[in-house]
Design a protein around this ligand. Structure first.
Ligand code: DGL
Length: 254
């Protein structure tokens, strides 16, 4: 049981950024990464559509015999994490916009949360936001274009920088204390965001926290792998476009 793989999924390339953190922390585990590029963008789907799509992926992981599932997608987590926990008898780890660390570490000033429309609209994020609304000024900014850019394999350059610049029009950059990257695709754009907003801007994301959460949970039930060699990563993608697999491995290794 201990040495079964861990299933990680997202709507496409974004979750690879989370897998990288997980793999850094637990290099001896085996992973199956499922990129659902056929159904991207999750950020424009209804909750019912997301439930159906994600349960198919969850069932696939169970069929493949994973020991845990990581929903490496803020959008899918907000829509299906409870459903997953009721349906599957293995640890389910989700990711949410890292608002808590942003407020606790960079408190005063404006906190910009970049995420998909679904994440920003769902109850999960709004109740998180309610908790902190008296401590910081939180500005929600949907950024669907950044998902498309990363999904096409672009992580830097003019196109990315222009798209980022557009998002911050009307926001005084000097008043921002931090930017929460509330979508796993955006994590690949950290350098481009710094180029636009300045080297000193504080960027916060949930990848590291999710990796630690997964490790703690597996450790608490004695399910960490006892392999003493590097594990492997199998990448599966729902799209017919075969280049998605190559792009996934490329992003995993940058
Ligand atoms: N990567 C996903 C997230 O973290 C969403 C991308 C999409 O819209 O499909 O929310």
């Amino acid at each position: 049981m201990k040495n079964l793989p861990i299933g990680v999924f997202d709507s496409g390339m974004g979750g690879i950024s989370v897998l990288k953190e997980i793999k850094k922390l637990m290099p001896n585990e085996d992973y199956i990464y499922y990129g659902d590029s056929k159904n991207i963008p999750y950020g424009k789907k209804t909750k019912d559509e997301l439930e159906k799509i994600c349960i198919d992926i969850g069932d696939y992981f169970v069929y493949r015999g994973v020991k845990s599932i990581v929903i490496a997608c803020n959008t899918a987590t907000s829509a299906v994490v409870d459903k997953f926990r009721n349906r599957y008898n293995i640890p389910i780890i989700g990711i949410e916009p890292a608002l808590k660390p942003a407020v606790e570490t960079y408190g005063s000033g404006k906190i910009v949360v970049l995420a998909t429309e679904v994440t920003l609209k769902e109850e999960k994020f709004n109740s998180l936001m309610d908790k902190y609304k008296n401590e910081a000024e939180i500005i929600k900014v949907p950024a669907p274009r950044l998902v498309t850019i990363v999904e096409n394999g672009i992580t830097k350059g003019i196109e990315a920088e222009e798209a980022i610049k557009n998002l911050f029009e009307g926001i005084n950059i000097n008043e921002i204390s931090s930017v929460v990257l509330g979508c796993t695709h955006y994590i690949f754009l950290k350098d481009a965001i710094k180029k636009v907003l300045g080297e000193n801007i504080n960027l916060v994301d949930g990848g590291f926290g999710t990796a630690h959460n997964l490790k703690n949970i597996l450790s608490s039930i004695d399910m960490l792998s006892d392999n003493d060699t590097d594990g492997c990563v199998e990448i599966v993608n729902s799209s017919e476009d075969e280049s998605k697999i190559g792009l996934s491995y490329k992003l995993l290794n940058i």
